[in-house]
Design a protein around this ligand. Structure first.
Ligand SMILES: *[C@@H]1O[C@H](CO)[C@@H](O)[C@H](O)[C@H]1NC(C)=O
Ligand SMILES: [Zn+2]
Length: 317
């Protein structure tokens, strides 16, 4: 197997020479090289300076409840689907490429969206690294499950459509015990230590085993945004789930301390803080699902009317 792994890694390196992402030229996170970090992305791709960028802070004082945001229909999430999954180090994140047969619909989405891959964003030993924030809190890590509108087969084409992609984002929180549902992925990290590394996972598993329990999956926030890496296409219907996924500090440490931005043989640079800072909300609105929590500080518009109207009436008398 070691030979096969090396051969596979080499093949991926040939297929993905550095700096040839779909668009955007050579980009990086500032922990790798300040000269190509998020502050410079707009110069590489003008879309990164757009008005509808991701990630954002989900400020629950300003979210609006939407009755359309009911339960998701998850297909293929509760079976170990056929076909190999691979884990890869893209040089920017650790990504698991999924086989076919996994999709989401419902939950206010305009179509069925097929799952392509999921990947992680994390921080450093002393700092959290989620991309989204909830009420200004950054979490230790975040996973993005990337889905594409079922009418597309090419993500480059989907990225030109505001409804082209649907990404599900989940936060992590540190728990006292290991989340054993992550064993396959944590073990896989050893095989993707360097940029360009890629191996097939020993087995597929239920994708929903990585997520919070099903009864919490109807608690989420929805807004329209972008890819969080260049070219930053504004093609994403974002769902940020309220309830974090527990993992132990040693599991978190496996991401933070054992993966590299650099390729094998290059000067080692640990993959840390591979998250984009939060972007301005601008004119957008964030919606809460039927079951999601609104901040206790929210005063519904109707109660303001009910409060002010009697006061006016008293004054007029
Ligand atoms: C990091 O995340 C934890 C939740 O796991 C939270 O308690 C802590 O306040 C966060 N730190 C920062 C600086 O946001
Ligand atoms: Zn992401």
């Amino acid at each position: 197997m070691p030979f096969l792994r090396t051969a596979l890694s080499f093949l991926v390196l040939l297929l993905l020479p550095p700096g040839t992402e779909a668009s955007g030229g050579t980009w990086c996170y500032a922990t790798q090289d300040a000269a190509c970090g998020p502050a410079h992305w707009e110069a590489l791709d003008h879309q990164c300076g757009g008005a509808n960028q991701s990630p954002i802070n989900v400020d629950r004082k300003t979210v609006r409840r939407s009755r359309e945001l009911d339960a998701f229909v998850f297909k293929g999430y509760n079976t170990a689907t056929a076909g190999a999954w691979s884990i890869a180090n893209s040089g920017h994140a650790v990504q698991v490429n999924l086989g076919s047969g996994i999709s989401v619909s419902g939950a206010g989405l305009p179509a069925v969206y097929n799952a392509l891959q999921f990947h992680f964003h994390w921080g450093n030993p002393n700092g959290n690294g989620s991309e989204h924030q909830l009420d200004g809190n950054q979490y230790p890590m975040e996973v993005h499950i990337v889905h594409m509108h079922s009418k597309y087969t090419d993500i480059k084409v989907a990225a030109t459509d505001p409804n082209g992609l649907a990404v599900l984002g989940f936060f992590y929180k540190v728990s006292d015990t290991d989340n054993t549902n992550y064993n396959t992925i944590i073990d896989g990290l050893q095989s993707v230590s360097y940029s360009g590394d890629s191996v097939d996972l020993a087995s597929t598993f239920r994708l929903d085993s990585l997520l919070p329990p099903e009864n919490l999956l109807n608690r989420y926030y929805r807004y329209r945004g972008s890819l969080t890496t260049p070219g930053c296409a504004e093609a994403v219907i974002w769902t940020v789930f309220e309830d974090p996924i527990p993992i132990s500090s040693s599991q978190l440490s496996a991401f933070v301390n054992s993966v590299h931005f650099s390729a094998s043989g290059q000067t080692e640079v640990k993959m840390q803080d591979n998250f984009r800072p939060v972007q301005a909300l601008n004119r957008r609105r964030i919606y809460a699902s039927k079951q999601a929590s609104l901040s206790s500080g929210t005063i519904p518009a109707l109660s303001i009317v009910l409060l002010i109207f009697p006061l006016l009436a008293i004054r007029l008398l």
